[in-house]
Design a binder for this molecule. Sequence first.
Ligand SMILES: C[S@@+](CC[C@H](N)C(=O)[O-])C[C@H]1O[C@@H](n2cnc3c(N)ncnc32)[C@H](O)[C@@H]1O
Length: 260
Amino acid sequence: MNSPVSGNGWEVHIADCLLWLERFPGVVDAVITDPPYSSGGAMRGDRTNQNVNTKYRTSGAPALPDFTGDNRDQRSFAHWCALWLASARIRTRTGGHLLMFTDWRQLPSATDAVQAGGWVWRGLGVWQKPKGASRPTKGGLWNDTEFLVWATNGPHKPAPEAPCLDGVFVSASPRNKVHLTEKPLEILDALVQIVPEGATVFDPFAGSGTTGIAAYRRHRSFIGVELDTAMAATAAHRLRNAERGAPVNTETAAMTLWQA
Ligand SMILES: C[S@@+](CC[C@H](N)C(=O)[O-])C[C@H]1O[C@@H](n2cnc3c(N)ncnc32)[C@H](O)[C@@H]1O
C-alpha cells in the first residue's frame, strides 16, 4: 500500500477502500461518500457494459477520465455496498454519521445495503438540480434529483449545540469539473457540518477530493481513499490548492505526486 499524500489535517490514500479499511486502526466521526452508482442507461446491459463517460457525460461536455467500479448489476451493487458499509461502520464511532449519495435507480439497493452493513437508517436528503441544469424527461417527471442516505452507527444522541442541516440541497453540477461525477462543493460544505470542528470525516470513494476540500475549509480532519492513482493525485492537488487558498476547480486532472 502506498504512503498517503497528506497536508494540514488531511490525507489521501490510493487503495481499494475495502482492503484499506481492513488495515485501518483508527476511528472516524462521519463517513461522507459518493460511491460509484453503477447506474445510468435504461437497460441492465447499458449499466454493466458501458463506460462511465458514455453513461454520465452530459451531451456536449468534454470527456473526463473514466473510473472503475461502476459496472455492477443491482444485486451485486447492494452486496458490495453492504461489505464496505459494514467495514466503514466498524471504524466509525458509536453515534457517528453516514451520508451516502445515490440516485433514484439505486436508492432501494442503497438503503438496503446501509442497513445490511449495520447502520441505522435515519432519513434521506435530496440534491435538487435547478431547471436548466438537469435533464427533463418529456412526458414524465423532470428527474432533477439525486439522494443522500443518512444513517448513524447505533444511537443518535446529538450534542445540545448540534446544528440541524437542511434536507434539500439545490445546486447545479459543478462547472469546470475534474471528475466526471464530481459533486457540488456547496453541498459537501453543508454536509461536513454534521460533525463538529476537529472531527474526522472519512470518504472511502474520494474521487477528486470534494469532501476533503469541504472538510478542510470547515476545520474538520479528512481521510480519503481513492482507487484510481491519477484521481487520488487530483484530490491531493485540489486539497493543496485549498490549503494555499487557491481555486480548486480550475485544474485539469494532470498530477504526478505518486509517479516516481
Ligand atoms: C462517484 S466517484 C466520487 C466523486 C467525488 N464525490 C468527487 O466529487 O470527485 C467514485 C470514485 O470511487 C472510486 N472507486 C471505485 N471503486 C473504488 C474502491 N473499491 N475503493 C476506492 N475507490 C474506488 C472511483 O475511481 C471514483 O473516483
